[in-house]
Design a protein around this ligand. Structure first.
Ligand SMILES: Nc1nc2c(ncn2[C@@H]2O[C@H](COP(=O)(O)OP(=O)(O)OP(=O)(O)O)[C@@H](O)[C@H]2O)c(=O)[nH]1
Length: 869
């Protein structure tokens, strides 16, 4: 623009100058030439006119040429400015617009007339402070290009790119501004920027980026996201080695081979590889490559690069889930929100018999067994709808029609709007468990032998019946039954026959009561009957009678018939007690009363029984304190040799000096001590005390003095080696074995088992003598007396009490003495109170006597005094 303007400037001076020179030269040269050629002045004038005309012609042609050229230039310039796509504005140094092309008029929205009066400021937004800087920066000579905001005639603004420069025209400064409306360009740029941002954003979200590798230079580049995936700062250029350095051996081998193939043969690749980022994080990536081939040569490799770690984890999870689904031993069924089955696993098929093809698209109703009612499913759905979960037992049906029990767990899967999309049902076959549970339940609640409810079940039933009775204002009765002398059946016929009898007894009991009543076996030969819903107490008696009657019929055991009766204790709710336990205890007590009253009968529980029981309870508590409290004392009753009147024997009799109740007779507490097992300790104390006393009497009175002590059957049962301790005690204390005589009851002999026999024979072998107490009241067999080498028989006081000459008791006593002597057994008569009794016994040869005639039982000091001559 500058060059062009200088040329123009010089042309304006040069051309007139050349013209002047040419014209002067022409006038002078032509005049000279004419003067030389034409001597005549007339001809000269004539030629000068011609010469003048020629000059005019030439200069006119020249002028035409110049004007024509100028017109051409102007028209070219015009077409440049008119058709220019940019506005061209020319301002003078004060900012006044001097000229503008048509485009400028259109761009700014002014007419040419309006434009003639425009100042640069008017084309700028109101906020623009300096019009000059907005059209022209400081670089005045080289011009400047910058972006700015301009204003339309209507006041709206638009973005422009201004290319401005300072011009000097005719010695004055002008500013020329070529203004381009870049609103559209900026919009496109903005859009591009936005889409780039979006791409970067998406790239970051998808963890995907791009890369490029120049095969010639070995230099590559990658996007920010790819750099981010590698855990490094973004930079423009990276080497191939840098990029490959992140892969571990196996992955690196794969990618290097793939790159080589891509370079050598233009083969694209798509690989999933494992790399370790600069931060040491292991990642799975997918790299896809497309070789860029021109003229058969691979120039570049380009591709995408994506972090697929999340997908890999998801895939692993999916794989695992599939594995679990396929291999679970629990059946799994997935249904959609409409309960249509979507998929089932192999365990489902195994459990139900239905294949996936058979059930997919159907509903779980296909499995329904009909065992659950509508209410069951309503509750299930209610729970599922409210908290999405349900768990419980369901009976379903297999394809083959068989019912089975399953433990079912249902879970619900929701979408992001909280709507149900899936329900997953897991179930396992618990039919076997249930059967086992049933067996266990039966074993826990029923008696194996008779099939009757056992003690545990009985308690439950009784408690239920009590509640029912309360509700209905009714009574109930508890009957406690114990077979009479059942042990003899076992002993005689064997245990198996005993079992058979128990089964038959159960059968008879069941047939003696109503359906609604309960018959239970407590164990052994004990049964309990609960008669429920009673309005009238009398019916109880009738039922008890009918039970007794049922037992009148003999039991058939193998080929034998045997009679077994039953003793029944009865208690009534709520009269006799208000809790199950109390009722059992009461009935048990009443049963004992029935037994004591001769068996084969029933007995009602009464208030006096209760008082008695309470008394026993208190006594039992006190009894526990008696031994440590040294409340026991041994009394001694002399055993007199009837023939000589000498006393070398005595029976030790236990006395309990109760701290508040005074002296308690043995009959009151010995049975209690036996029941509680305390008899063992008490019996031992008796032995050691008697042994201590006998030693004293042997030294004070007679060297072979003997004291007999009573040993209860319970001691024999509970202490299988008790006799050994006693024998060694005698040995250690230098006491002859005969010093102590052990008194046993007939009952013990009748019910001996191996252990009792061993103990009795142990006494015999050690030389400790044994006396059989209360002889004649039981059913001792002579063979027992012989077998156990019994040393003394004690004739019970009931035979002595009514002894008179020629009486039957006299005959009995005589027979006992004779029989005993035949067996080499000495006889002691108990309860001698009169001289006549003594005489008669002596006459029939009874060896010893014991009774008030001689002395009552005495405390040790008194007894010692008694022995003193
Ligand atoms: N056959 C058999 N006998 C049992 C069973 N359970 C316990 N017994 C026996 O049943 C007998 C119960 O005897 P008791 O009730 O103590 O005495 P009893 O001979 O019936 O005499 P009383 O009850 O006093 O009339 C014991 O000998 C036990 O060994 C069993 O399941 N089968």
């Amino acid at each position: 623009m500058k060059l062009f303007s200088r040329k123009l400037r010089y042309a304006a001076i040069r051309i007139p100058l050349i013209y002047c020179v040419f014209a002067v030269l022409w006038i002078m040269a032509s005049d000279q030439t004419l003067a030389l050629l034409l001597p005549e002045a007339a001809s000269i004038t004539h030629f000068q006119t011609l010469k003048g005309l020629l000059f005019i012609l030439l200069t006119a042609a020249l002028l035409y040429h110049l004007i024509h050229r100028q017109q051409l230039l102007a028209s070219r310039y015009n077409s440049l400015t008119v058709h220019a796509n940019d506005s061209i504005l020319l301002f003078d140094h004060q900012g006044k617009l001097v000229d503008a092309n048509d485009r400028a008029l259109r761009m700014y929205g002014y007419t040419r007339d309006q434009m003639q009066h425009i100042h640069a400021r008017q084309l700028l937004p109101d906020a623009a402070s300096d019009w000059r800087s907005c059209f022209l920066a400081e670089a005045q000579h080289n011009g400047i290009i910058f972006e700015s905001e301009h204003k339309h005639a209507d006041g709206s603004t638009f973005s422009v790119e201004v290319s401005a420069c300072l011009l000097k025209i005719g010695g004055s400064d002008y500013i020329q501004a070529i203004v381009r409306d870049i609103t559209e360009r900026l919009r496109v740029v903005e859009k591009l920027r936005e889409s780039e941002q979006l791409l970067a954003h998406m790239s970051a979200i998808a963890h995907i980026g791009g890369w490029e590798f120049d095969v010639e230079t070995g230099i590559g580049s990658w996007t920010r996201e790819v750099a981010h995936i590698h855990g490094v700062e973004f930079k423009d250029n990276i080497s191939a080695e840098f990029g490959l350095g992140f892969y571990e051996a196996e992955s690196r081998e794969k990618i290097e081979a793939a790159i080589q193939q891509a370079i050598d043969h233009g083969k694209p690749y798509d690989l999933e590889l494992e790399l370790v980022t600069a931060r040491g994080i292991r990642k799975w990536v997918r790299t896809v490559c497309t070789p860029h081939i021109i003229d058969g040569r691979v120039l570049k490799l380009q591709g995408s690069f994506q972090d697929i770690s999340d997908r890999k984890v998801a895939e692993d999870k999916m794989r695992l889930a599939t594995l679990v689904f396929e291999n679970s031993s629990e059946a799994i069924m997935v249904v959609d929100a409409e309960s249509q089955i979507l998929s089932v696993n192999p365990a489902f098929t195994e459990m139900t018999g239905y294949t996936a093809q058979e059930v997919v698209g159907k509903t779980p109703k296909i499995l329904a067994s009909g065992k659950q009612d509508r209410k069951f499913y309503e509750e299930m759905w209610h729970l599922l709808d409210s908290n999405g979960k349900w768990q419980g037992e369901v009976w379903n049906r297999r394809k083959n029609g068989e019912s089975y029990a399953e433990w079912l767990t249902i879970d619900t899967i929701y979408n992001e709007h909280g709507e149900v999309i899936r329900r997953v049902a897991l179930f396992s076959d618990i039919t076997k468990n249930k059967q086992n549970q049933e067996v266990i339940w039966r074993q826990a609640n029923f008696d194996q032998l008779t099939g009757l409810p056992n003690r545990r079940m009985l308690h439950d039933r009784l408690n239920q019946e009590i509640l029912k009775a309360d509700r209905n204002h009714q009574m109930l009765a508890v009957l406690f039954l114990d077979l009479d002398r059942f042990k003899e059946v076992n002993d005689t016929y064997g245990h198996l026959m005993g079992d058979q009898l128990l089964q038959e007894s159960a059968h008879r009991l069941l047939h003696s009561v109503r359906e609604c009543d309960t018959v239970a076996r407590l164990g052994g030969d004990e049964f309990v009957v609960i008669l429920s819903g009673l309005q009238d107490k009398d019916v109880v008696q009738d039922i008890a009678q009918s039970i007794l009657k049922k037992f009148d019929t003999p039991f058939q055991l193998d080929n034998d018939l045997t009679h077994v009766s039953v003793s029944i204790g009865i208690t009534i709710y709520p009269e006799d007690g208000n809790a199950g336990e109390v009722l059992f205890k009461n009935a048990d007590q009443a049963m004992y009363v029935a037994k004591n009253n001769g068996r084969n009968r029933y007995s009602y529980f009464t208030a006096s029984m209760q008082a008695h029981a309470q008394n026993r309870m208190r006594l039992s508590n006190d009894l526990h304190l008696a031994l440590p409290g040294q409340q026991f004392e041994l009394y001694y009753q002399p055993i007199v040799e009837l023939a000589t009147g000498q006393v070398h024997k005595a029976e030790a009799l236990l006395r309990w000096q109760h701290p508040t109740r005074g002296m308690i007779p043995p009959d009151n507490f010995i049975p209690l001590a036996e029941e509680t097992g305390l008899i063992v300790d008490i019996g031992n104390w008796v032995f050691y005390e008697a042994a201590r006393q006998v030693k004293r009497l042997q030294s004070l009175h007679h060297a072979s003095f003997q004291i007999s002590i009573n040993k209860s059957p319970v001691q024999f049962h509970n202490e299988t080696h008790g006799h050994e301790a006693w024998i060694s005690f005698l040995l250690m204390n230098d006491l002859p074995r005969q010093s102590i005589v052990v008194e046993i009851t007939e009952g013990l002999l009748m019910h001996t088992d191996e252990s009792i026999s061993a103990q009795l024979l142990g006494f015999r072998d050690a030389g400790v003598q044994v006396a059989l107490d209360d002889f004649g009241t039981g059913y001792s067999s002579l063979s027992y007396l012989k077998k156990f080498d019994i040393d003394y028989l004690k004739i019970d006081r009931i035979f002595v009490r009514n002894l008179s000459r020629n009486s039957s008791d006299m005959a009995l006593c005589e027979a006992i003495v004779m029989m005993a002597h035949k067996l080499d057994i000495k006889v002691i008569a108990e309860g001698i109170e009169t001289e006549e009794q003594r005489e008669l016994l002596q006459q029939i040869g009874c060896d010893f006597g014991q009774g008030y005639l001689f002395s009552p039982p005495l405390p040790a000091p008194a007894f010692e005094a008694y022995l003193r001559p």
